[in-house]
Design a protein around this ligand. Structure first.
Ligand code: ADP
Ligand code: MG
Length: 233
């Protein structure tokens, strides 16, 4: 059964969490038309195998725990799983890793999702500026954001013109425009994500921070691979 967006947020707050789990954040993204990797949460190994077959190989498995926000840090992510046997192995390995890094945490299950094809990575975020309120951020993935701080910002609500400027004004923009044998990225699809993140911030004042990171951008379409949403009452 599909939960309404406000129910997802309400339930997380009622559980005393200040963040949405990846599947909750992605479900909320989907409600705003933001494309995400196909996913399903498995509560045991059998379900994980069944969902992997439904989604189609290769798949990715990640820990789902209300006490874990950085999944890789606890060995909670396995990429590129190619068959049923490896789904079982990875499921057990993830639970073992988590038990080792963080003994006795509550575990809801494991999220099974499609393995997205590699492509150019971008980041779209939302921060609450103390003065201007919700603000959308855009940047290229990896070193562009982390080392070069090559990012753009606009205060919400943003217009389509704002969204296009946010993309073209970063220094790394030529990477998205395409060069040599790198095809141009789907800028219209990126504009839509930026606009929808702004809409999401307007509709959900509980969202204090959002990090869609990475988003893979293709010649046609985009796909959110990891989504973190921080909430407060
Ligand atoms: P964390 O909670 O540690 O940030 P992520 O969900 O971001 O975990 O997974 C770690 C990394 O694995 C991502 O940054 C991305 O590079 C890769 N990854 C995660 N999910 C997928 C996927 N569905 N398809 C392809 N790559 C993925
Ligand atoms: Mg991540």
């Amino acid at each position: 059964m599909m939960k309404k967006g406000f129910e997802i947020v309400k339930q997380a707050l009622a559980e005393g969490r200040n963040f949405l789990l990846e599947h909750e954040a992605k479900a909320l993204c989907e409600k705003f038309g933001i494309p995400v990797t196909r996913f399903k949460v498995a509560k045991n190994e059998e379900e994980a195998v069944r969902y992997a077959e439904e989604i189609g190989f290769p798949v990715v498995l990640k820990i789902v725990s209300p006490e874990i926000i950085h999944k890789s840090d606890v060995g909670g992510v396995v990429l590129n799983i190619e068959n049923k046997e490896k789904v079982r192995e990875s499921y057990r390995k993830i639970l073992e890793n988590v038990q080792k890094h963080k003994p006795n945490v509550k575990i809801y299950g494991v999220i099974v999702q499609e393995m997205a094809l590699p492509s150019t990575e971008v980041i779209i975020g939302l921060v609450k500026d103390p003065q201007f309120g919700p603000t959308v951020m855009f940047g290229l993935g990896g070193i562009f954001v982390e080392i070069l701080k090559d990012v753009s910002f606009r205060v919400c609500p943003i217009t389509e013109t704002d969204a296009r400027e946010m993309i073209t004004e970063i220094k790394g923009y030529p990477v998205l425009r395409g060069y040599r044998n790198l095809p141009p990225a789907d800028l219209d699809a990126l504009v839509k994500v930026l606009l929808n993140v702004s809409r999401m911030a307007e509709e959900y004042p509980e969202i204090s921070e959002m990090d869609l990171n990475p988003i893979l951008v293709y010649e046609k379409g985009v796909k959110v691979v990891d989504a973190r949403i921080i909430i407060s009452k």
